[in-house]
Design a protein around this ligand. Structure first.
Ligand SMILES: [Zn+2]
Length: 699
């Protein structure tokens, strides 16, 4: 179970939280060069006064106050679903940096920091060659299709599903390694629901107008992809695929249920899995995917596998479905007709007007395939021992703030406080980049077929992941590459991870005033830490094990407080008539509310330290207001400005329906209206929108 700071709007249906396999997703992009050149510059350190909307009171709408002019003046690039002041702009800068690295490698000037630079260069160069995509990648796919067409019985089907999954496609379900939720020292197998092409199970049977339109578009898209492969009777085949996926969707757990780790824990032995879905030849499947010895498995959604058992015996339907999954997964590596057709579908979910330029798609694919090779070059350009040391110091401050707060809670008994303290002290922190880099020497990268390269990278990653089953837990592993602009908390590992990508402006800089570093990166740290104690995280103890470690009375008190948050966010409108789902976003919102409180408390503790650096540039030991804003106000503004985001309506809708993260506006106004110290900092009248008389507090 891994909690992110932000989940980028992904349009492929990857329900597995664990393996990082290069999956084909049409990332949006294309660069209207003139507007973007300016944005490729990092912003100046500190809060941005020029984007404040001073016509709006911070007590009425803080998001608008902090971001107003930015929101009005910043168009969404035509190739993006949304555009945010921090995540999107850092991503854009990183893409330019990474492009410089991969192009140099591709020219035969391999970066000295990366022993696999030649592979990185070859991967990127092959990706950039559109002519080869039209021919060589398609030839690779044709080979895959031949073996799919030979599926005629249970054994050949299971083998084919295993082979496709090994190469990064995702038919029917997902399989990966994970720690046993109830015994975190053991790594077992995990099978989970999957195999859908729409972003969520609910899209298959909701009957509102948008859902009906989207289904029609999807069936049309499936038909077009099959037609491009020369499949006879493609429209009729597409309908069959839709029927098959609808059966899988109906048997799938919904997103809110899946957030409850007690509901997704069903450990079975190998025989138990075979009994649950006896018509699927599991042994052939495990051999083909590369985990022949797996004995213990978690089956997240048992009903799904019962239904799957009824689906897999119709071999003609399964063949058509596998054909589609294979081509859909490969679409980004193929010729223009395939790429354009997939974009025609995904744009309905993202609203993007243009596809991303090829180089950006290729940088992303290279990062997914060889992220810890490319990352080595990236951190030599961006990294800094100073940033890393400062970030670690900030984490310590945030943890101390959580500890001090814990002592004040009246709804927790002493036993729960003690156990929570144990958990807090056991949190492991990873900052910037791994100590031990991944060894890619066994990954072969060719120069002809991008699809073959992508499948080789996926097979490498699948093998690496499945090899962990039955072995001791590897605590050194990172599940994000260094350039990633994100962060995560893992319940089973009880660890927080902050890649170098997020340790940049506007989140953080060694040169930035302390309050803005706290409002940016400090808040992110508080958010991740609070995930360890949100409605999911709190079910795992300090050793990463899922069990009841609080008394029933403390559980009840927690749930009451969490329900307050769920109700609050249920009331927020994301777009048109679509509200946020308070239970889907609950963990993230608890993280935001707790994170803001911890950030502020850590900032205050810092203020009291000798050599006060509040409100001043770090090396300037004079406390200083900025344009009349004191240190706390600056920290709140810095926090608000991290989330300035413009959404296309399609993207806001998709996010509200499928993403556990609230939209930007509510990631700001939600937490500040639950923070009495915010009202104090801005002298808000009790009862004003950002200072409600009743508010929610969990931590
Ligand atoms: Zn989060």
């Amino acid at each position: 179970m891994r909690k992110l700071l932000l989940l980028a709007l992904a349009v492929s249906c990857k329900s597995a939280p664990e393996p990082k396999v290069p999956a084909a997703e049409t990332a949006p992009t294309a660069v209207p060069a003139a507007t973007r050149m300016a944005e490729a510059q990092a912003p100046a350190p500190g809060i941005d006064l020029a984007i404040l909307d001073r016509a709006v009171s911070p007590c009425d709408d803080f998001y608008r106050f902090a971001c107003g002019k930015w929101l009005d003046q910043t168009p969404i690039p035509p190739d993006r679903a949304l555009w945010g002041r921090s995540f999107s702009e850092i991503l854009e800068r990183n893409e330019v940096l990474l492009k410089g690295i991969v192009e140099k490698n591709a020219r035969g000037e391999p970066d000295a920091a990366d022993p696999f630079a030649q592979k990185v260069g070859d991967f990127y160069a092959t990706c950039m060659d559109e002519t080869k995509a039209e021919t060589a990648s398609l030839a690779t796919l044709r080979e895959n299709l031949k073996s799919i067409d030979a599926v005629a019985d249970a054994k050949s089907l299971a083998r084919e599903v295993g082979a496709l999954q090994r190469g990064g496609a995702r038919p029917f379900f997902n399989f990966y390694s994970r720690q046993d939720a109830k015994d975190a020292t053991q790594v077992i197998g995990a099978v989970d629901q999957g195999g859908l092409g729409l972003p969520d199970r609910d899209y298959y049977f909701k009957d509102d107008k948008k859902a009906v339109e989207l289904r029609a578009l999807y069936v049309d898209h499936v038909g077009k992809m099959l037609e491009l492969l020369g499949t006879p009777d493609a429209p009729a085949q597409a309908k069959k695929i839709m029927e098959l996926e609808t059966r899988l969707a109906k048997a799938s757990m919904d997103r809110v249920s899946r957030r409850d780790p007690d509901k997704t824990y069903h450990r079975l032995d190998r025989k138990g899995l075979m009994a649950a879905a006896p018509k699927f030849e599991w042994s052939d499947y495990f051999a083909a995917v590369g985990a022949p010895e797996v004995q213990a498995l978690n089956v997240s959604a048992p009903d799904f596998f019962k239904e799957l058992d009824g689906v897999v015996t119709d071999y003609p339907a399964a063949r058509t479905y596998l054909r589609f999954r294979a081509v859909e997964g490969a679409a980004d590596t193929l010729g223009k007709a395939f790429v354009d057709e997939r974009f025609r579908f995904t744009r309905a979910l993202t609203g993007a007007k243009q596809i991303l330029p090829r180089w950006k798609r290729c940088v992303t694919m290279t990062d997914r395939a060889l992220g810890e090779a490319l990352g080595r070059s990236f951190v030599t350009l961006t990294g800094g021992a100073e940033s890393k040391a400062m970030a670690k110091e900030m984490i310590t401050g945030i943890e101390k703030a959580f500890e001090a707060n814990l002592a004040t809670l009246d709804w927790m008994d002493e036993a729960a406080k003690k156990a929570s303290l144990y958990k807090l002290h056991k949190i492991f922190n990873k900052v910037a980049y791994p100590e031990q880099w991944r060894d890619y020497s066994k990954l072969a990268v060719g120069k002809e077929s991008l699809l073959a390269n992508l499948q080789a990278a996926a097979a490498f990653e699948t093998a690496r992941d499945l090899a962990k089953i039955g072995k001791p837990v590897d605590r050194g592993e990172w599940r994000m590459t260094p350039p990633t602009v994100n962060a995560y908390y893992s319940s089973s590992l009880n660890e927080m991870v902050f890649p170098a990508g997020i340790m940049q402006l506007p989140f953080f800089s060694p040169e930035a005033p302390v309050p803005s570093n706290y409002g940016g990166l400090g808040m992110v740290m508080g958010h991740e830490l609070t995930h360890g104690f949100d409605d999911q995280g709190r079910k795992f103890d300090g050793d990463g094990n899922l069990h009841e470690w609080w008394s029933p009375a403390v559980n009840k008190a927690f749930i009451e407080r969490a329900e307050c948050v769920a109700k609050q966010y249920d009331g927020y409108l994301a777009v048109d008539d679509v509200h946020l789902n308070g239970h889907l976003t609950l963990g993230e919102n608890i993280g935001d509310i707790g994170g803001l409180k911890m950030m502020l408390s850590a900032l205050r503790a810092r203020e009291q330290q000798a050599g006060d650096t509040m409100g001043a540039a770090r090396r300037d030991h004079v406390p200083r207001d900025v344009a009349g804003f004191n240190a706390e106000q600056q920290a709140f503004i810095a926090f608000g400005q991290v989330w300035c985001t413009n959404y296309r309506p399609e993207a806001a809708r998709t996010q509200a329906l499928t993403n556990p993260h609230s939209t930007g506006q509510w990631r700001v106004n939600g937490p500040v209206s639950d923070t009495p110290d915010f009202a104090k900092a801005f002298s808000c009248k009790a009862g004003s929108p950002m200072a409600p008389v009743n508010h929610c507090t969990v931590w």
